[in-house]
Design a protein around this ligand. Structure first.
Ligand SMILES: Cc1cc2nc3c(=O)[nH]c(=O)nc-3n(C[C@H](O)[C@H](O)[C@H](O)COP(=O)(O)OP(=O)(O)OC[C@H]3O[C@@H](n4cnc5c(N)ncnc54)[C@H](O)[C@@H]3O)c2cc1C
Length: 422
């Protein structure tokens, strides 16, 4: 006979978002089953650049100035590259992204997500001691490098326009930069901005796993199973697994870039696009270690010192989620990176590839599924899912337990795409 077990909530997906939702619901007394087909934190939440991006107060908009657009259109930019066929498929998504990136829209979307960005570090820190992640977190911000004086001047002006947000940053001339980061090669850059508020981590996958371990240490159940086996509706959800059938009144779908695999079966057609990215680790070969992540803002890649070595993460590739990898961006970024700091040999046999799950209004979907009572969504965190995972967990858990939310949750509602439900 097949065993049947009962939970209050089944959380599907154990990336940083699902794990955080599970922890928050557990703290509110819910019996939570956390499900992933693999290990927790082994996918997008593993491969990112590890920035808890407190200084990212303006969403990543579609560029609207002609020189940047021309550079991207040439398809020779390291920061943004596209597959022509994917671009055609993504045209409606890109058009909406463009529309949402107009200054007035961007301003209101930025104001909607700001309360989450502002709480992002505190929400991670709530679990730091209990999960044992203190050693993996560094509170020294990250550095944005500029290779030409003109680009540096523009960046200084853009940073000054953010003064209303009260962000802490320093403008660094080359001498100041090399005393802050002695590993940098002389003459490589014209200067930099040092954003001091963000926290960075040296292994985002390990942080996510530690949060998942905290969840199980507190009595939560974590199992491997296929989320797509979910069936049922309205407070009668059912998930068959190798070890029996789990039932629950509520389900949270937090499947990151794989969210469409589930929601499309249920009749939703959210406009989820993918900005793919790659990483590679390198042996540290400088006489002094890299202190903080460095972002080459012009070429669009990040160098972070991780537990495994120096991780180079690339910018955006517009392509289908599962299309084969292409090392063009990584290879070129590596050439520039080697002019910025000494890098040893590659440590991974193949580049890692992931996909940032992106909605065209740059906001995630966090909230109730409009047509399925008891089903909740938490996905689409784009460039900032590692930053926003824990604060998303709080927001959704507050909504699910009828506690007043710390910010207006309406901008994150699935209902905003209601014309796309079938
Ligand atoms: C190159 C790159 C750099 C980035 N840098 C940063 C950064 O510095 N800071 C930042 O904040 N964000 C960054 N991001 C974004 C961030 O990594 C993501 O937004 C975030 O990890 C998404 O988390 P998630 O939990 O939604 O998805 P995931 O971590 O992908 O988790 C989804 C989970 O669902 C599981 N799953 C999928 N399908 C099924 C199924 N059928 N059954 C069971 N389980 C299933 C998967 O196994 C996975 O564990 C970066 C992303 C990339 C690609």
């Amino acid at each position: 006979m097949t065993a049947t077990r009962q939970a209050d909530v089944i959380v599907l997906g154990a990336g940083i978002v699902g794990v955080s939702v599970a922890l928050h619901l557990q703290e509110r007394g819910r019996r939570v089953l956390l499900v992933d087909r693999g290990e927790p934190g082994a996918e997008t939440s593993h491969g990112n650049a590890g920035l808890i991006e407190r200084s990212s107060v303006v969403p990543y908009a579609f560029p609207r100035d002609l020189p940047t657009l021309a550079a991207f259109a040439s398809n020779r930019s390291i920061a943004v590259r596209y597959r022509p066929a994917a671009l055609l498929r993504m045209a409606p998504w890109l058009a909406r992204y463009w529309w949402n990136s107009a200054p007035d829209r961007l301003d209101s979307l930025g104001r909607a997500i700001l309360p989450l960005i502002e709480r992002s570090i505190d929400e991670h820190r709530r679990w730091t001691d209990a999960a044992g992640t203190r050693e993996l977190m560094r509170g020294e911000g990250w550095i944005e490098l500029y290779r030409t004086p003109r680009a540096l001047d523009q960046a200084i002006r853009a940073a000054a326009e953010l003064r209303g947000y009260g962000l802490a940053y320093d403008v660094l001339q080359p001498e100041q930069l090399s005393s802050r980061e002695p590993v940098l090669l002389p003459g490589a850059v014209a200067g930099a901005l040092h954003w001091r508020d963000p926290v960075t981590v040296s292994d985002p996958g390990a942080v996510t796993r530690a949060y998942a371990a905290l969840f199980t240490a507190r009595g939560g159940v974590l199992i491997k199973a296929d989320a797509l086996a979910l069936s049922g509706e309205a407070a009668q959800w059912r998930l068959p697994t190798d070890t029996g059938i789990w039932r629950a009144q509520e389900v949270v779908a937090a499947l990151g870039p794989w969210s469409a695999d589930l929601y499309e079966r249920l009749g939703y057609r959210f406009p989820l696009g993918f900005k793919r990215g790659y990483h590679m680790h390198y042996e540290e070969s400088g006489y002094s270690p890299l202190q903080r992540p460095l972002c080459d803002a012009q070429a669009g890649f990040v160098l972070s010192r991780m537990e495994r070595g120096v991780r180079l993460t690339t910018g955006i590739e517009l392509a289908g989620r599962d299309e084969p990898s292409d090392s063009w961006q990584l290879d070129r970024a590596e050439r520039i990176a080697r002019r910025i700091m000494p890098l040893g040999r590659r440590l991974d046999a193949e580049p890692w590839r992931g996909a940032r799950p992106c909605l065209p209004d740059m906001l995630p979907i966090v909230g109730a599924a409009p047509r399925h009572p008891g089903l909740w969504f938490a996905f689409g965190h784009a460039h900032h899912g590692f930053t926003l995972g824990p604060v998303t967990g709080r927001l959704l858990a507050d909504m699910m337990t009828n506690v007043p939310t710390f910010c207006d949750s309406a901008p994150f509602a699935a209902e905003r795409f209601r014309s796309r439900f079938t």
